[in-house]
Design a protein around this ligand. Structure first.
Ligand SMILES: *[C@@H]1O[C@H](CO)[C@@H](O)[C@H](O)[C@H]1NC(C)=O
Ligand SMILES: *[C@@H]1O[C@H](CO)[C@@H](O)[C@H](O)[C@H]1NC(C)=O
Length: 142
């Protein structure tokens, strides 16, 4: 099934209007740095592991942790630092989509989430890869 989302941009151009779209929520968020990303597959499935670091910014705390899991896990799973969650989805080999969520509490009783995803190409050779990914979506629960 293919779902088509009508984005605000598409909607505006449909109406013959145009307006700058900005996302103030993520403008200042620093990129997340991923190191030692590896995957390995066996007939039983694929495992992955990586380290991820983020510098502190005005609105987000720093973090540094190790995440691992399998491509058959059920959605986002906590990393060693449980405020960071990760998931891996196989795309066309050797492409993988890595999904990371950062959860923090700016103040008591409120929670914010920043989520990023990136397609990376890592052949199943256990060669470690490093890359950066941008948190692209931010949401919160007050
Ligand atoms: C992830 O790392 C933990 C701790 O080293 C280990 O116990 C667990 O088996 C690993 N999970 C996978 C899927 O490799
Ligand atoms: C990764 O690739 C898949 C398939 O091409 C695409 O649906 C998905 O949006 C891509 N994800 C990112 C973060 O670019």
């Amino acid at each position: 099934m293919r779902v088509t989302l009508l984005t605000p941009v598409a909607l505006l151009s449909t109406l013959g209007l145009s307006a700058p779209i900005t996302d103030a929520g993520t403008a200042a968020a620093p990129a997340w740095k991923v190191t030692d990303f590896t995957t390995g597959c066996s007939p039983g499935g694929c495992v992955y592991s990586f380290n991820i670091h983020a510098a502190k910014s005005a609105n987000t705390p720093a973090f540094s942790t190790t995440c691992n899991g399998t491509d058959e896990q059920n959605g986002l799973q906590p990393c060693e630092d449980a405020n960071i969650l990760s998931n891996l989805k196989p795309e066309t080999y050797p492409k993988w989509e890595i999904i990371v969520q950062h959860k923090w509490h700016p103040e008591e009783g409120s929670t914010r989430f920043a989520t990023g995803s990136k397609n990376v190409s890592v052949p199943d050779t256990n060669k470690a890869a490093s890359f950066t990914m941008e948190p692209t979506a931010e949401s919160g629960v007050e």
